[in-house]
Design a protein around this ligand. Structure first.
Ligand code: SAH
Length: 396
């Protein structure tokens, strides 16, 4: 095994590792940091020098992102094994690169797939890799080669992004705009087609985490009037239309999102007569539009990006949900989400309760919602939970 740098823990911190949390914070480290390079592979040893784990070092409060607790070489074969087991797991969930009904899914969900710092989304042969750590960034050639081996006989292309890393510290030739197909990649999700463009879109191009909730909405849309706020490229809207909604209104502030929403509607052969696409601010729309709907969807971007911002975020969620609830007809439904990692399930539920109290509507929680099964969360890494949602019924 090639020599790799060693980092030692402070006395008494070994216990932390027995809980298998995949991060080591800088405060737990006794020595070895100064000599370690940003993004280097490191062995973590106890204060008495015993091997504990291997991971990627980074000069930040999360100092080491652990990859394994058993002493093994981290190379292409290691990544291949992890990616293969991630893919095999997706197949048990009916998610397959060659799927006829769905050919897009999250293939690697960071810590949930024991690959802290790496995200991989599969879009009908287009694999979008996102490196969240310098360690994963440095290992990208092994990762890409391993990915190609696992995907094997399926035709594919890989594109890469970095997320939250200082671009000055990564290769200046790192590709950022080589996605030539202007119209985007065509995918199918639960029988509905979408165009994905990772270079212009948000996240890696699509919100794959909402698949199950979109399908759920489809099943309750027959004959309904549906308001889809923060509609992005129309995921919820198209499901409502396919499910037989009589009227759908989509609202998003991004004109790119509205344009893609229209294209996706056409791609699925929908006439658009009963679909109104509004480019504008949701808060303004809720204030100014006087219509009421059978189903209202609220899927805003993360209002709280850090714990410090969580108080303001709670206020914003409360305001949004209060105004959203006002738009729901008697007997109708509110489908509401938060994708802020720092807002817990309980805090989100409390916020919706306050919103219901403020607008004086009797509301029942009839279902708790979350991401699909291609977004696994390690039990040792509760920080991996971010998307939470509630289906609320307003009766009387
Ligand atoms: N529900 C979508 C994902 C929503 S992502 C899906 O299933 O694909 C959040 C969206 O909110 C983005 O498209 C962004 O452009 C939009 N957005 C952010 N702030 C907004 C605002 N104040 N008013 C309207 N849209 C907003």
């Amino acid at each position: 095994m090639a020599e790799i740098h060693e980092i030692s823990l402070k006395k008494g911190r070994e216990k932390m590792l027995s809980r298998k949390h995949p991060w080591i914070f800088s405060g737990a480290i006794a020595g070895g940091i100064k000599a370690a390079e940003n993004g280097a592979l490191v062995r973590v040893v106890s204060s008495s020098g015993k091997y504990m784990a291997t991971g990627h070092f980074q000069q930040s409060s999360i100092a080491v992102r652990l990859l394994t607790f058993s002493d093994q070489t981290i190379d292409q074969a290691f990544y291949k094994k992890r990616i293969k087991s991630a893919l095999n797991y997706r197949k048990t969930q009916n998610l397959n690169p060659a799927g006829e009904n769905t050919n897009c899914f999250r293939l690697i969900n960071g810590e949930g797939d024991k690959l802290s710092g790496l995200i991989a989304d599969f879009y009908n042969g287009l694999i979008v890799l996102q490196y969240h750590s310098y360690g994963m960034y440095h290992q990208r050639s092994s990762i890409k080669a391993a990915m190609a081996e696992v995907i094997g006989n399926h035709e594919h292309e890989i594109i890469e992004f970095v997320q939250g890393l200082d671009l000055k510290k990564v290769d200046e030739n790192f590709p950022t705009d080589h996605f030539a197909q202007d119209g985007g990649q065509e995918v199918i999700e639960a029988g509905i087609k979408y165009l994905i463009n990772p270079f212009r879109g948000q996240k890696t191009g699509f919100f794959l985490d909402q698949r199950d909730n979109r399908i759920f909405l489809r099943q309750m849309s027959l004959g309904k009037q549906v308001l889809n706020t923060f509609s992005y490229t129309g995921g919820f809207s198209l499901n409502a239309l396919k499910g037989g909604a009589v009227e759908v209104v989509s609202v998003d502030s991004s004109s790119y999102a509205s344009e893609m929403c229209k294209k996706n509607e056409q791609l699925n052969g929908l006439s658009g007569e009963n679909h109104e696409i509004v480019t504008g601010d949701v808060f303004e729309f809720l204030k100014e539009d006087s219509r009421e709907f059978d189903v209202v969807i609220l899927d805003p971007p993360a209002f709280a990006k850090s714990r410090k911002k969580s108080h303001n975020a709670v206020q914003a969620y409360k305001r949004l949900n209060r105004e959203g609830l006002k738009k729901v007809k008697e007997g109708g439904f509110l489908m509401t989400f938060s994708c802020s990692q720092v807002i817990s399930n309980q805090l989100f539920e409390d916020t919706i309760r306050t919103a219901a109290i403020e607008c004086g509507r009797p509301a029942k929680i009839i279902k708790r919602l979350g991401p699909g099964t291609d977004h696994p969360v390690s039990v040792f890494h509760p920080e991996g939970h971010y998307l939470k949602g509630l289906l609320v019924h307003l009766d009387g």
